[in-house]
Ligand binder design. Structure first.
Ligand code: AMP
Length: 349
């Protein structure tokens, strides 16, 4: 697929959560249609041209889905490899398989980043529970045990405050040394099919209970640190021959930037671009996977993005009345503690 997709072409999106929903809206704005594939209830289905509700192991449904679209992208990176093999035999997948393989496994990801000369937290592979004592000996405490696969929003993680603790995640894990950081920033970077790269300004992230609470731009980090962050994000997407948007989460430390993790998709910490930029991360991703030129990544406003989690939905009437608030609600029927229900971008001019 080297030509840009024509008007009316269909973009297949694996995963029907809020990221898929906002990608679908961006696709529609550019004259495309979207087909969402999601095993469960799909907030993205409300705004998509078509929805397939089927499991990621349903070969027949995957085949029909792939045949009905022009290109396949994803908002969910844990699709099984065999399903991706099947999809890829029918239509191109963007970003490519290597990006998925690298980011699906925390160990592979760290090894890849080291190969590029980038820093990560000190880590040890903990393949089974029996490897834990040696790993704790090597890494020490405080440290964090994280499942290698399928963790998100702090799930699948155990914190160790002393090296004699023996809690287990239940699955192959990595033990990470605790990074003494002054702040967490992330870079949302895009790479087009032609190799052009556009990065947004880094944002400062604040987490609560392992879940992103706010992202603020400007980040407040020193200019040189922001430049380093953008350059290393560009290095990562180039090395992967990446096409699409990627989120790169970083710790700011006295010794420089440490990469926490990379996400091969649009990212929660990039939602501020909806209010701060002419072309937001969702449009940028659709442009990339559709083979269009990337848009302007320049930031035109200072923005604070706040996630609306669980009972934060009670604040919606007040937010609707606030003059500076751009509200995004995901249409999820059931409010649950810890569930991302929406977000608000507040512009600070
Ligand atoms: P993660 O799921 O890996 O993004 O981790 C969620 C959050 O836990 C991060 O954003 C940090 O606030 C914190 N965290 C994760 N890993 C480390 C680490 N090695 N050192 C210090 N804090 C960490």
């Amino acid at each position: 697929m080297s030509e840009a997709l024509p008007q009316g072409a269909v973009i297949g999106i694996l995963g029907g959560g809020q990221l898929g929903r906002m990608l679908s809206v961006a696709a529609a704005r550019l004259g495309y249609r979207s087909h969402v594939y999601e095993p469960g209830a799909a907030p993205a289905g409300d705004v998509a041209h078509a929805v397939t509700q089927a499991g990621y192991d349903d070969a027949e449904a995957l085949r029909r889905f792939a045949e009905s679209v022009d290109v396949i992208t994803y908002e969910f990176e844990n699709v099984p490899a065999e399903s991706l093999d099947l999809l890829e035999s029918i239509r191109p997948i963007r970003p490519n398989r290597r990006a998925l393989a690298v980011s699906q496994d925390r160990l592979t990801e760290k090894e890849f980043l080291h190969g590029l000369g980038l820093r990560t937290a000190p880590f040890a592979n903990v393949e089974t529970e029996a490897d834990l004592p040696a790993a704790l000996e090597a890494i020490g405490a405080p440290s964090i045990l994280k499942t290698r696969r399928l963790g998100y929003d702090g799930k699948g993680q155990i914190r160790f405050s002393d090296a004699t603790q023996r809690d287990w995640t239940g699955a192959a894990s990595v033990l990470e040394g605790f990074v003494d950081f002054s702040g967490e920033i992330s870079v949302i970077v895009a790479r087009g099919a032609d190799g052009a790269v556009a990065a947004y300004d880094p944002g400062l992230n604040v987490h609560e209970g392992g879940i992103l609470r706010t992202t603020t731009v400007p980040s407040g980090a020193a200019r040189a640190v922001e430049t380093d962050a953008v350059l290393l994000a560009a290095k990562i997407v180039n090395a992967l021959d990446y096409v699409g948007v990627m989120g790169v989460e970083l710790f700011v430390t006295a010794g420089g930037l440490v990469v926490n993790e990379i996400a091969p998709r649009v990212h929660n910490s990039g939602h501020w671009t909806q209010a701060g930029c002419t072309v937001d991360q969702f449009e940028q991703h659709i442009r990339a996977v559709a083979g269009l030129p990337l848009g302007d990544g320049k930031r035109y406003a200072d923005v604070v993005m706040e996630n609306l989690i669980g009972a934060d939905m009670d604040r919606v009437p007040e937010l609707l009345a606030a003059p500076d608030a751009q509200l995004h609600l995901y249409g999820k029927a059931e409010v649950r503690a810890g569930r991302k229900m929406g977000h608000v971008n507040r512009v600070r001019r």
